[in-house]
Design a protein around this ligand. Sequence first.
Ligand SMILES: Nc1nc2c(ncn2[C@@H]2O[C@H](COP(=O)(O)OP(=O)(O)OP(=O)(O)O)[C@@H](O)[C@H]2O)c(=O)[nH]1
Ligand SMILES: [Mg+2]
Length: 436
Amino acid sequence: MSDTIFAVSTPPGKSGVAVIRTSGPQSGAGAETLTGAMLPTRKPVLRTLRDPRDGDIIDRALVLAFEAPKSFTGEDCVEYHVHGSRAVIKGLLDALGRMDLMRPADPGEFTRRAFENGKLDLTQIEGLADLVEAETKSQRLQAIRSLDGAFHRRIEDWRQRLIRCLALAEAGFDFADEGEITESIDEEVAHDARALQMEMAALLDDNHLGERIRDGLTIVIAGAPNAGKSTLLNRLAARDIAITSPIAGTTRDLLEVNLDLAGTAVTLIDTAGLQETSDAIEREGVRRAEDRMANADLIIWLVDLTDPVPASAGGKVPIWVVGNKSDRSVDDDLVAEIKLSAKTGDGISDLVRRLKTFAETQTSGRETALITRARHRQCLNEACGHLKRYNSGTDLLTDIRVDNLRQAVDSLGRLTGSVDADMLLDLIFSEFCLGK
Ligand SMILES: Nc1nc2c(ncn2[C@@H]2O[C@H](COP(=O)(O)OP(=O)(O)OP(=O)(O)O)[C@@H](O)[C@H]2O)c(=O)[nH]1
Ligand SMILES: [Mg+2]
C-alpha cells in the first residue's frame, strides 16, 4: 500500500472547523510541504498552510500528526483542522491532490486500512459504522461497546478455546494406540466443547435485543377507518406528516416517522384503516398494514370512543387498546386501557409516558447484548450448530467428528473477519461515508 489517501472527515458545507485527514507514507512529507517544517507527532500545533505552487496562504490551521503504527489506520496520518469554508477546504484538497502519490480516499477507506492493519476487527468496524449512524442514547452506547471490542474479545476467547479443543482432538489421533491417553483427551475436549456450545447458545438467546436497539422498535397504529390514527401520528411526531380527514379511507399507504423514546429509537407507523373494501388500492393498503402489524413490537389499536370497533389483531404482538376522541365521548363504560384525544392533545402525555416505559423494558438488559446484526447471528448459529454436531456425534468416525470443530473455528473467524473477509468488506464499507 504505497499511496497516501486524503479526504474531508467533517460533513460537506460550511462549518466553524473542518477536518481533513491524510493516511499513508506521504502524510509527513505532505505536511512538511504545506507548513514548511517537520511536525511533532501526537501534539497539535498551529501552522500556516501555504500552497506550494505560489506560496499563497491557504489557512492557519491546527495540525496533528500521528506516526505509524500508533494511529487510527495504523499508518502515518495527519489531521488538518482548518476553518470550514469552501475556499479553504478546496485550497487544501487541491494542494494535496497535486502531490505525488497522494489521491482522494474512497468511502470507508480509512477504516478499511485500519482493518487491514489489524487495528479493528469486523465487529468493531460495524460498531464504528453504527456509532456514526447512532441517533439515540441506547444506539450510541451499544455501538461504543462494539467499537471498544466487547464482542471481539468474547469471540476471540471462544476461538482460542476452540482451537485448543481442535489441537487436542487432532493430537488424539496420534495416540490412537494408547487407549487411556485418548480417553482422557476425549473427555477434556468433550467437556470444553459442551461448555462452548452452551455459552454461545446463551448469547444467542437474547430476544434479539441488540438488533432491536440498532434497528429501533416498531410501533404500529392500527384500527378502523376514521379512528384518528393519522391525527395521533401527527400528534406524537409533533409534525403535520399525515393527511387527516373525516372521509373514511384517507390513509392508504404506510407512513413512518422515527422517534426517540427515552433514548430508544422507535419507528412509528400509521396505517390504512382496517375494513373490508372493494377498492383495490385500499385493499393493498390494508394488506400492507396487516403485514407491518404482524412484525411489530407493539400495536396501538385506536378506537373511536364515539363509534368503537373492537381489536381484530393480536397474535404474538402485544396490543394496546387506546380510546380516541375523548373530547366527544360521554360513554365511560368503554373498555380502553388509555383514553385520549388526538385532536386536543388531552391524555397524550400519559400515552407517551407508557410508551417510554415500554421502550425501556423492551431494551433493558442492553449491557449484555452483543449481537447487533443478522450477520452476527448467522455466524454464531453456524458455530453453535457445528459444536452441537460434534457434541452429539459420538458415533461418527473421529476425523469427521473433529471436522465440526474446525468448521466452528471458521464460523467464528468469519465473525471477526479473520476468515473470508474479502467479500464482506465491500458490503460493510459501502455503509461508510467518505472520509471515514
Ligand atoms: N373530535 C375529535 N376528532 C378527531 C380526533 N382525532 C381525530 N379526529 C377526527 O377524525 C377524523 C378522522 O381522523 P384521521 O386521523 O384521518 O383518521 P384515520 O384513522 O387516520 O382514518 P383513515 O386514514 O381513513 O383510516 C378527522 O376528521 C379528525 O379530525 C379527536 O381526538 N377528537
Ligand atoms: Mg389515516
